[in-house]
Design a protein around this ligand. Structure first.
Ligand code: NAD
Ligand code: TYD
Length: 348
């Protein structure tokens, strides 16, 4: 990692903050030449400085509040900090919100990516990594897994905007030979995940003895990836991935669970009754199954997931138990407006 000066956009969100903490705290020898990590984050409803607490003491770390679409700010930041690598995590990331407000997904996920890409290239940033999602491939039936060449077939404004961004990044490589590449990961879980997503929403609702709204028949399948396994994959791709390529990153086959199984496991870990579960009206355009073939990153970069889902889920539930202040603050604030708007008729 020859003198890497890394810009992490969206680094106050769930995955970005876990990645930065992992990068700065891990003793992996390959981190030794990491000179600096700068986080640029707009602090939308999903961004939270508490996610980065404890890191301000590190001389290697700086936080800047701002929008990836702010050309003047980004240009100055790239120059002043001498940024060599960009990892773009900044996004509107919640499928249900993209049903209510698709335009904000176009603005941040598509326009934001193009602005950041243009400015990174103009500033001579050595490498640009786009953090994307397996949701760009759409939905699987009962069989099969996504490979990097699976046709893009997104179902939501969220996944359609992420697919668009991926294509812009890959086109920039093809047009200009720019050193850009894309990772597509499956559903992450772990500490500091905003309690609008399945696992943290259900853990925190259960802790408050509130209902757990299971969409449809609860048999949709997700491939669960612990955020630390994801961080390790991102670093591997950032350092050694091939420009212009896409790398799938997913949970192992044992981590492909139906939502209802995840829900029951959470209730069982917490010693709460199954009666808290409530089947509700399905999400519009709800993808049935995601599963990821990660043999490309395994063959090229030696990565595979290590955390067993049952263990990771238990550790994650434990974290939410011990960090009540973190999520109680979020759940008492702005987030409740979305919760009321989206769930009130479902849970009525
Ligand atoms: P998140 O919603 O927790 O965090 C997103 C962060 O981006 C927030 O801190 C927010 O303030 C920031 N942001 C939003 N708009 C911005 C803008 N215009 N300029 C600067 N910052 C802005 O999301 P996450 O779950 O951490 O996901 C991170 C990335 O990983 C996203 O690109 C997402 O599409 C992708 N991803 C997430 C998952 C998952 O399971 N969470 C799975 C696959 C891919
Ligand atoms: P989510 O965490 O929103 O991730 P994604 O939609 O990006 O996969 O949802 C994970 C799964 O859980 C998905 O199949 C939808 C389902 N789900 C519910 O059943 N109820 C809920 O309240 C939420 C938020 C999700």
């Amino acid at each position: 990692m020859g003198n890497m000066r890394l810009l992490v956009t969206g680094g106050a969100g769930f995955i970005g903050s876990n990645f930065v903490r992992w990068l700065l705290n891990s003793d992996d020898a390959s981190h030794a030449s990491l000179e600096k990590v700068v986080v640029l984050d707009l602090l939308t409803y999903a961004g939270n400085l508490a996610n980065l607490s404890g890191l301000d003491q590190s001389g290697k770390f700086r936080f800047v509040r701002g929008d990836i679409r702010d050309e003047a700010l980004v240009t100055e930041l790239l120059q002043v900090e001498g940024i060599t690598h960009v990892a773009n995590f900044a996004a509107e990331s919640h499928v249900d919100r993209s049903i209510l407000d698709p335009l904000s997904f176009v603005r941040t996920n598509i326009e934001g990516t193009q602005v950041l890409l243009n400015l990174s290239r103009a500033a001579g940033v050595t490498r640009y990594l786009q953090i994307s999602t397996d949701e760009v491939y759409g939905s699987l039936g009962a069989e099969g897994r996504f490979v990097e060449t699976t046709p893009l077939d997104p179902s939501s404004a969220y996944s359609a905007s992420k697919a668009s961004a991926d294509l812009l990044v890959l086109a920039c490589h093809r047009t200009h030979g720019y050193n850009a590449l894309v990772t597509r990961c499956s559903n992450n879980y772990g500490p500091y995940q905003f309690p609008e997503k399945l696992i943290p929403l259900f853990v925190t609702n259960a802790l408050e003895d509130k209902q757990l709204p299971v969409y449809g028949d609860g048999k949709n399948v997700r491939s669960w990836l612990h955020v630390d396994d994801h961080s390790r994959a991102i670093l591997a791709v950032l350092l050694n991935g091939r420009a212009g390529e896409v790398y799938n990153i997913g949970g192992s086959p044992e981590a492909e669970w139906e939502n209802i199984r995840v829900t029951r496991e959470i209730l069982s870990i917490l010693g709460k009754p199954d009666s808290l579960m409530r089947y509700v009206e399905d999400r519009l355009g709800h993808d049935r199954r995601y599963a990821v073939d990660y043999s490309k990153i395994k063959a090229e970069l030696g990565w595979e997931p290590k955390v067993r889902f049952e263990d990771g889920l238990r550790m994650t539930v434990e974290w939410y138990l011990q960090n009540r202040q973190w999520w109680a603050t979020i759940k008492s604030g702005e987030y409740m407006k979305f919760y009321e708007q989206y769930y009130s008729h479902r849970l009525a």
